[in-house]
Design a protein around this ligand. Structure first.
Ligand SMILES: [Zn+2]
Length: 274
């Protein structure tokens, strides 16, 4: 009997030590220590052992069991540690690796041009005034000397929000707010979105405008021309020339439009601007 137990123990330990993986170890445990296991079978056969030998045989069986379980526990621990190590290894993160760079956005072209323009006028001493996109009929029209029956109102199809409120059709409403709040000298530019009920290939219901207002003693149309010339040269280049062309607008007197020489051919005539 002792020999038999010794063989079971040796084989069990050999199998346990050869086991790769916790699953296999569980199988080995079952074949030896399980309900139908070899050692269990020996215990079940105790009834055939003479009564006087039973304590001794019982002790052998227990010793065998303990020896096997001890090796089993040891191997289990080893395999668990190994599994843990592999897991750490596979989940290892190199925190020194450079992070993925998010794609950078750009400013909208209109914002870029707007910044360019405000920089130029700020360098000439203008303050920036940004009004509100929702205005009252009074500030958008009446206070700018365009009462209900004024022809200028026909040129601008207005989005009315209510009889009193509207989406500003121009940035000029800002002029009134500034002049109400401030005594001359006044030197502002007012950039911003304006809205008109107009939509075709060359008109957008929303577009960006920038206007200037200068109120001071001794200010003439020459100052306007000089400032516009400076602005045109900064935007299109020093070689570009500018002229004022008399025009008619129902809301300004005198009224002029600005022409700029072609920056491609210098005004000789080319396909770009005809
Ligand atoms: Zn040209």
């Amino acid at each position: 009997m002792k020999e038999k137990l010794q063989k079971i123990k040796e084989r069990a330990i050999a199998e346990i030590e050869a086991s790769e993986g916790l699953e296999k170890l569980g199988e080995v445990r079952n074949t030896i220590l399980g309900k139908k296991g070899e050692l269990t079978a020996v215990l079940k056969g105790m009834k055939d052992v003479p009564a006087e030998d039973r304590p001794k045989v019982g002790q052998w069986v227990n010793e065998t069991r303990e020896a096997i379980e001890s090796v089993l526990a040891q191997c289990t621990r080893k395999l668990e540690e190994e599994a843990m190590r592999l897991r750490y290894e596979s989940e290892k993160i190199d925190v020194t690796m450079p992070a993925e760079q998010p794609a950078k956005g750009n400013l909208h072209p209109i914002t870029q041009v707007r910044n360019q323009l405000t920089d130029i006028f700020a360098s000439m001493g203008f303050e920036i005034y940004e009004g509100t996109e929702i205005e009252t009929d009074y500030y958008n029209f009446t206070a700018l000397n365009t009462p209900q029956d004024h022809p200028a109102r026909d040129m601008q199809d207005t989005f009315y929000l209510s009889p009193e409120f509207l989406l500003r059709t121009q940035t000029s409403a800002g002029q009134i707010h500034v002049m109400e709040a401030k005594k001359p000298p006044i030197k502002i530019i007012s950039p911003g979105k304006v809205f008109r009920s107009d939509d075709d290939a060359t008109h957008s219901p929303m577009f960006t405008q920038m206007e200037g207002l200068v109120v001071d003693k001794g200010i003439t149309l020459c100052d306007l021309k000089g400032m516009l010339d400076e602005f045109v040269k900064k935007i299109f280049g020093k070689s570009v020339t500018m002229r004022l062309r008399p025009s008619y607008f129902p809301f300004t007197e005198p009224s002029v439009e600005v022409d700029v020489s072609c920056f491609q051919c210098g005004g000789k005539g080319c396909k770009l601007f005809k």
